[in-house]
Write a protein that binds this ligand. Structure first.
Ligand SMILES: C[S@@+](CC[C@H](N)C(=O)[O-])C[C@H]1O[C@@H](n2cnc3c(N)ncnc32)[C@H](O)[C@@H]1O
Length: 388
């Protein structure tokens, strides 16, 4: 059985181009983004203050005031193009081997060495917030399928770029480990027998719960088929039994009170707010009494200063993530209680990334005795609640 990833072979020039673009994108995101503050402080803010007699109070006000600033415009177009070109630079290598990748995934699914399951649903109606744009400027987005049993978008989004991670603080696959380590500390009595990951894509975060809670049954749903096919193949090859199904998280086909744990990561900010509310109600429905929901997400507006809100919300208009700002304007605690979770059990905090934070100091941060690194720079914001 062949790993679909092993079929992703870039030519020398393609490889170098992807590496270069990924570094360029990382530089825009992690360095130049914060230099925009200098331009803001030097001219945009004083001009705003002169005109309005006060400083900008929201990220949105800053984004409107800064629009014509030359440094900001240069940064913005640099970042937009770097982001778009990274995934474009991988497309040719996926296309060249796509029939073999599909065949490899089919063969693994037929043999099913780990005993997981894959249910796709070609009739599933895709919501507009998924089809109206290609999220993250990725050609084809999550959902596009061009041929039967297509895995192209799964590989494109999931394949680890050859070579070391460019920024080890941003290994998105590791957020599941950070959440489960915290869960064990915060709820020592809690030993989930199963977990549902909503918006699991290829299940890379879901997979980590197996190591944290041996014997736990892993369930993942996603609206998009290609990532699930790719994720199923990868999990089966890794010997991890995952049950993946193509479903809309707004209405899933699991029975009431089926899960001990429901998780999500980087999911809600891509979803329209009314759908978010339906999904949280659905999570409450499928949780058993005493079950926990934990979501890794962007921190809300209320917990960040205006300039940080402005830099986070850049994606709303420039990264095909139209729901980003609206999601961040919500109060996560109110979202949870609005869905019916008990207010007393609701939590919001930033967790240290376990792979990079000193192990002997983790508990201090978990217990609020030390500050967590900022979200996306060594820390991950979470919100959630425990069902009564
Ligand atoms: C940013 S990705 C996050 C993937 C993964 N959780 C992670 O942490 O890497 C968001 C995922 O949510 C999925 N998604 C969006 N809307 C959905 C919905 N209504 N139901 C299920 N999945 C959805 C997308 O297809 C995509 O795979």
């Amino acid at each position: 059985m062949k790993n679909p990833d092993s079929l992703f072979q870039q030519t020398h020039d393609e490889y170098v181009r992807t590496r270069y673009l990924a570094k360029m994108h990382n530089h825009a995101l992690m360095n130049v983004r914060f230099k925009v503050r200098d331009a803001y402080e030097a001219s945009v803010k004083p001009e705003f203050e002169k005109k309005h007699g006060r400083s900008p109070e929201t990220g949105h006000e800053i984004s409107k005031a800064i629009e014509k600033n030359l440094f900001y415009r240069t940064y913005s177009s640099f970042r937009y193009n770097a982001q778009e070109m990274v995934s474009q630079s991988k497309v040719a290598a996926v296309q060249r081997k796509l029939p073999e990748m599909i065949e490899a995934a089919r063969e693994i699914a037929n043999e099913n060495p780990a005993g997981g399951t894959l249910r796709t649903n070609p009739d599933l109606e895709l919501p507009k917030y998924i089809t109206a744009q290609h999220v993250h400027l990725i050609p084809g987005g999550y959902h596009s399928e061009y041929t039967e049993d297509d895995v192209a978008q799964g590989v494109l989004l999931g394949v680890k770029q050859a070579g070391p991670l460019i920024n080890p603080l941003r290994d998105f696959g590791a957020v599941g480990s950070s959440v489960s380590a915290w869960l064990k500390h915060a709820y020592p009595d809690f030993t989930p027998s199963n977990v549902l990951d909503m918006g699991t894509q290829g299940g890379s975060n879901l997979m980590t719960y197996d190591a944290a809670f041996p014997g736990i049954e892993l369930y993942g749903i996603d609206i998009a088929g290609p990532g699930l096919r790719y994720g199923h193949a990868k999990a089966e090859l890794a010997g991890v039994k995952m049950h993946l199904s193509q479903q809309n998280a707004e209405k899933v086909d699991f029975e009431d009170e089926s899960f001990d744990l429901v998780v999500s990561s980087f999911f809600f900010h891509e979803i329209a707010v009314p759908a978010t509310k339906r999904i949280l109600q659905e999570a409450l429905r499928v949780l058993k009494p005493g079950g926990i929901m934990v979501n890794v997400e962007l921190p809300p507006h209320k917990s960040c200063e205006p300039f940080l809100n402005f830099t986070f919300d850049w994606d709303t208009r420039h990264n095909n993530e139209p729901n980003y700002r609206n999601f961040r304007s919500q109060d996560p605690t109110q979202l949870m209680t609005g869905a019916g979770f008990p207010a007393a059990n609701t939590f919001e905090q930033t967790l240290p990334e376990v792979a990079t934070y000193p192990e002997d100091k983790l508990a201090d941060v978990w217990d609020g005795k030390a500050e967590a690194p900022p979200h996306g720079r060594g820390g991950w914001f979470i919100f959630g609640s425990r069902k009564a």
